[in-house]
Write a protein that binds this ligand. Structure first.
Ligand code: SF4
Ligand code: SF4
Length: 56
């Protein structure tokens, strides 16, 4: 299980600097490496689009 970035991402870049394990990658829409994510939830709390949620 890991957090995932959904279609609402506007590539604002806010989340990438907040991840303590550098699991977030830039792109047209940002993405999270599930092998690195520790489910800390920090990125989800800072995303202005509420685009990040815990995956199922
Ligand atoms: S903070 Fe949210 S909108 Fe901004 S890049 Fe990250 S996922 Fe996308
Ligand atoms: S939940 Fe935490 S570890 Fe996972 S991508 Fe977000 S900030 Fe990084």
């Amino acid at each position: 299980m890991a957090y995932v970035i959904g279609d609402d991402c506007i590539a604002c870049g806010t989340c990438i600097g907040e991840c303590p394990v550098e699991a977030i990658s830039e792109g047209e829409k940002y993405s999270i490496n599930p092998d690195l994510c520790t489910e800390c939830g920090t990125c989800a709390s800072v995303c202005p689009q509420e685009a990040i949620s815990l995956g199922e």
